[in-house]
Design a binder for this molecule. Structure first.
Ligand code: PMP
Ligand code: GLN
Length: 411
């Protein structure tokens, strides 16, 4: 082997750089207002930072319990037990992971055998297919379909016949993401009931990624798939402190599942990081203990609802018709009428149209957005050609700066 022609292992060879790394770098390079990668650009709440400060000086600096620091798993059980209508066992039904990202990876490692199929609904969070492939599984893709002229995320729906047709005897797992990144769709009771009945009929397990659980708007409730009849036994639900407390850099997430499924996740997790950073688990535990008295979740929802309205209005005002999200902190917009070829665009490439549009928005318009084709399989990337994703987990000043740049160019 020579270093010059060194090849990564086959399991990672096909992977490119993530869209988030690419567009954050591009935004910096062109000094664009960054509405690309979804991370809050504002400080987390004081009580959360205070909890971390206290944890660091109180001796929580050595390895944590592998499945999760006791204070955090107890706090998670206390917050979620009423929401699930059952007493969650903090010691056997919760696994704390290095962000929800590691929970996705550990779930695939813990549940998927080589050759198993995993159904991913498109557009998907981009780590799902990579995690399936690294476990030796085969992703099978079923797209959400927008109704013609869709202006609400509710107009994007899952064709249940298409989903049923994708299930084979090799199907092991279905991944559901509600509220969805990047569409902002919140699955309704009827939709979840249809999914639940199919999953039970075909004896599948579900990974329900609910990291945006506290971000639903206009009074639309977030429904937990695991709470539907017959679903607790076959659902692994994911949450993220990054989203919940605006601390994406802390990389603390969790999986909630019945004991046998939680055990499978733990068997993988114990060999991935072994355990998650102790002081920050202590801090998230302390933060969860305070959410009720502070009315924290209602406040978070109110803040994001206002930011969603602000960005949606700014986009609509310049003709970038938004698909109004019911949840999450992302907005898709219709870019069909934009033509970068007419505006100092770099030489057209073979890249998908949405990639060209988002590069152009970042470089020339000065507002970074993410091309949603990154959330589709190669065969379905064309479905994203006329959309771009903007995020609104940003300060009002940054959202206003983005609106101003859009007005200057499109107004
Ligand atoms: N799932 C979805 C749908 C996401 O958007 C994200 C955001 N990065 C994650 C999982 C990962 O969460 P974490 O930052 O906790 O790893
Ligand atoms: N979840 C965030 C997004 O979709 C970022 C995730 C990441 O950078 N890996 O923008």
């Amino acid at each position: 082997m020579s270093v010059a022609n060194f090849q990564p292992a086959e399991r990672v060879r096909s992977f490119g750089t993530t869209v988030f790394a690419e567009y954050s770098a591009l935004a910096l390079q062109y000094n664009a207002v960054n509405l690309g990668q979804g991370f809050p650009d504002f400080a987390p709440p004081d009580f959360v930072i205070e909890a971390a400060r206290t944890a660091l000086i109180s001796g929580y600096n050595q390895y944590a319990r592998s499945a999760g620091h006791p204070r955090l798993v107890k706090a998670i059980a206390a917050v979620y037990s009423p929401l699930y209508g059952r007493d969650l066992d903090p010691l056997t039904e919760i696994v704390v992971t290095t962000g929800a990202t590691e929970a996705i990876f550990a779930t695939m490692q813990g549940l998927v055998n080589p050759g198993d199929e995993v159904i991913l609904i498109e557009p998907f969070y981009d780590s799902y297919p990579a995690a399936v492939l690294m476990a030796g599984g085969t992703p099978v893709y079923v797209p959400l379909r927008p109704a013609p002229g869709a202006t609400s995320a509710a107009d994007w729906s899952l064709d249940m016949d298409e989903l049923a047709a994708a299930i084979t005897p090799r199907t092991r797992l279905l991944v559901v993401n509600t509220p969805n990144n990047p569409v902002g769709k919140v699955f309704s009771q009827t939709e979840l009931e249809s999914i639940a009945s199919l999953v039970q009929e075909r004896d599948l397990v579900v990974l329900s990624d609910e990291v945006y659980e506290w971000m639903t708007y206009d009074g639309i409730p977030h429904l937990r798939l695991a709470t539907l009849p017959g679903m607790w036994e076959r659902t692994i639900t994911l949450g993220s402190a990054g989203k919940t407390f605006s601390v994406t850099g802390w990389k603390i997430g969790w999986a909630i599942a019945p004991r046998p499924l939680a055990h499978a996740v733990l068997m993988a997790h114990q060999w991935i990081p072994f355990a998650v950073t102790t002081p920050l688990q202590e801090a998230v535990g302390a933060a969860f203990e305070q959410v009720e008295e502070r009315g924290y979740f209602a406040e978070l929802t109110r803040m994001y609802n206002a930011k969603r309205d602000k960005l949606a209005e700014a986009l609509a005002a310049v003709g970038l018709t938004p698909v109004i999200p019911q949840g999450s902190y992302f907005i898709l917009v219709d870019t069909a009428h934009l033509d970068p070829a007419h505006r100092d665009a770099p030489t057209p490439t073979d890249d998908p149209r949405d990639v060209q549009i988002c590069r152009w928005l970042t470089r020339e318009i000065g507002v970074a957005a993410i091309p949603p084709s990154a959330f589709y399989s190669p065969g379905h990337k064309v479905l994203a050609k006329d959309v771009a994703r903007f995020c609104f987990c940003k300060t009002d000043a940054v959202l206003d700066a983005a609106a101003q740049r859009l007005r200057q160019n499109f107004g």
